[in-house]
Design a protein around this ligand. Structure first.
Ligand code: DGT
Ligand code: CA
Ligand code: ZN
Length: 593
């Protein structure tokens, strides 16, 4: 049946203009739509309609824009009027409204998960509903913790398939998350240190500098018998293949797909080699320049004056010879550290031991797997004195966001738990969505109930830089906003952050006394360390937030400390080093001020 021409008469034939999407792109959008609908548990007929339409388009005899222009597409079985309209819209604009609306409601990590071989929307939905998983990193953690094999529709084998699928994706990528490489490197480092021929050993490179992503593991060893070390290193059980084996350098690929370089030097060379192989390259260049200015020559083997070696016992001594204070590895990024080391103005960096409490953890009230009590006990075991819980707010229906009634219930539970855990404080917070217009997600009377409010963007990412910046600044101006959560929304190695003018955000936080979060979830590490130095200089306070949805995830705060150190932050810049009393005062005064 041919539709009367009048139904399309008010629209320009799409073929007149250059179409905004290819046939393949249209198919991809329709497939994504079917997946999203299934993830949100939409009507099965609707899901099938989009899936069928995508399949039909895949086997079309003629060019799609022509078929839309002529109306012939409507005669293809499985393409109804609704989908036909969506296809027209995609051809004209590159997407369609209903798809964008839905996409903005669903955590983007769920679509990322579909890239894992063997993962379909049904499984993604189960994982999200039952375990609150919304990123690949959380999925990996859950599989390692054996939480997945018991779920309906999963088993031991599918849990293993998930892990190997994630691994396969990762093997293709050239860089790796710091957290993953750290785990691998720690194991190898322990094995190497046990070796009786090893004098000194060091994990160097970007890993030692706490970079958020790492290309490979660089290990440096000093020893008298390099040959025996090389033999045993290349035979480690975690090694998958040996790429090179020599007297002073060997390279292997681990079963995880990560490359490791091992270099063996003499003990006299070790301090110079450790400086060199820690880098960064630019920092090394700066250091050589500094040496030259003082009449020295510096390389990976030594420090020389008129070709005579100047022995040094360790890195500290090399720095001292060059008239410099010791530069912590995290600062070796050519951000002014040599100048500061010369002027004795390097900051005393915050350490893991300085941390007394954490903010930003999720509980079973929204999409976390631990109760408030579980999380508090876990934090206590980490040696902490307080914990700020912050579940999702009501608009994040998808993550089990809290209704006002639930907020009240949770407030009472938090108070009871703090009462029962003598000497340990639970602060009641919320991770409030920043709505598209920049407002927070509750009325003021509810916002006033919280000890602290983290404001975060979780939806409608596709704004212009100017729109996103003013949206976030509006949230910063809200007197109830205590902290800005994961300020750019990036997911490392997966997704760029949204477009935002970060200096404007930092200035607004300084003006309104809003704390900026270092989200220490290993796949976020957001705010990036490159911006922290200027945030500090503008007087902005920083909070480390593990954003963990499990008890174990809280341990990841160590990566947040690494970011803070890379950002030149001292203990006083990071509120997690304050006492619980000081935090309470800070939260109160930030609301009044
Ligand atoms: P990555 O592996 O990309 O995450 O970063 P890095 O910094 O670990 O880089 P990598 O593994 O290529 O080299 C390790 C260190 O060795 C690097 O930080 C500095 C030193 N290095 C390597 N190549 C050069 C070079 O061409 N010039 C200088 N000055 N240093 C170098
Ligand atoms: Ca490296
Ligand atoms: Zn968040």
């Amino acid at each position: 049946m041919k539709k009367p021409h009048s139904t399309r008469s008010n629209q320009k034939p799409p073929s007149a203009k250059k179409p905004k999407a290819s046939t393949q792109e249209i198919i991809d959008i329709l497939e994504d739509m079917a997946n999203l609908l299934e993830i949100v548990g939409a009507n099965p007929f609707k899901i099938r309609a989009f899936g069928n339409a995508a399949r039909e388009l895949d086997s079309l005899p003629t060019d799609l824009p022509d078929m839309v222009a002529s109306g012939d597409l409507l005669e293809v079985p499985g393409i109804g009027k609704g989908i036909y309209g969506h296809i027209q819209e995609i051809l004209e604009t590159g997407t369609f409204t209903e798809f964008e609306e839905l996409r903005n409601k669903v955590p983007p990590g769920l679509l990322d998960m579909l890239k894992i071989p063997g993962m379909g929307p049904k499984k993604v939905k189960t994982l999200h509903d039952k375990l609150g998983i919304s990123t690949i990193a959380e999925l990996e953690q859950a599989a390692q913790d054996d939480l997945i094999s018991h779920l309906p529709g999963f088993g031991q084998r599918s849990q293993e398939r998930i892990l190997s699928g994630i691994q396969r994706i990762r093997n293709y990528s050239k860089r790796h998350l710091l957290s993953i490489v750290t785990k691998e490197a720690d194991t190898i480092y322990r094995d190497i240190c046990k070796h009786s021929d090893v004098d000194r050993a060091l994990i160097a490179g970007s890993l030692r500098r706490s970079r958020e992503t790492v290309k490979d593991i660089d290990i440096l060893v000093s020893a008298k018998r390099p040959d025996r070390i090389m033999n045993d290193f290349t035979a480690l059980t975690s090694v998958d293949s040996v790429s090179a084996k020599g007297d002073t350098k060997s390279s292997v690929v681990l079963k995880s797909g990560i490359n490791v370089d091992l270099r063996v030097v003499s003990d006299e060379e070790f301090p110079f080699a450790s400086l060199y192989f820690t880098g960064s390259k630019q920092h090394n260049t700066d250091m050589r320049g500094r040496a030259k200015k003082l009449g020295y020559k510096l390389n990976e083997y030594g420090l020389y004056k008129n070709d005579h070696p100047t022995p040094c016992k360790n890195e500290e001594e090399v720095f001292r010879k060059l008239g410099l204070d010791f530069i912590p590895p995290e600062l070796r990024e050519s951000m002014g550290e040599i100048q500061a080391a010369e002027n004795h103005t390097l900051p005393e960096l915050v350490t893991q031991q300085d941390i007394r409490g954490l903010f930003h953890v999720h509980t079973t009230y929204s999409d976390g797997t631990g109760t408030i009590n579980d999380m508090a006990q876990g934090a206590k075991k980490l040696g902490l004195q307080y914990l700020g819980v912050s579940d999702h707010s009501q608009t994040a229906v998808y993550a089990g966001g809290l209704s006002p009634a639930k907020v009240k219930e949770q407030a009472a539970e938090v108070a009871a738990i703090t009462e029962s855990l003598k000497g340990f404080t639970v602060f009641h917070g919320i991770e409030s969505d920043i709505l598209p217009d920049g407002s927070l997600d509750y009325e003021d009377d509810i916002l006033a109930m919280f000890d602290f409010v983290i404001a975060s963007v979780h939806s409608v990412f596709n704004l212009s830089e100017a729109e996103m910046t003013s949206r976030i600044i509006r949230a910063i101006e809200n007197p109830y906003t205590t902290m800005l959560g994961h300020p750019t929304g990036r997911v490392l190695l997966t997704r760029e952050g949204y477009k935002v003018y970060i200096n404007g955000i930092i200035e607004a936080c300084a003006a309104h006394d809003v704390i900026i979060e270092i989200n220490s979830h290993p796949s976020r590490l957001d705010l990036d360390w490159r911006h922290l130095k200027s945030a500090r200089e503008k007087g902005v306070r920083i909070a480390i937030g593990p954003d963990s949805h499990t008890v174990k995830g809280m341990e990841d705060f160590r990566f947040g400390v690494g970011v803070a150190r890379k950002g030149w932050l001292t203990a006083d810049d990071v509120i997690n080093t304050y006492s619980a009393d000081r935090i309470r005062q800070l939260f109160r005064s930030s609301r009044e001020g």
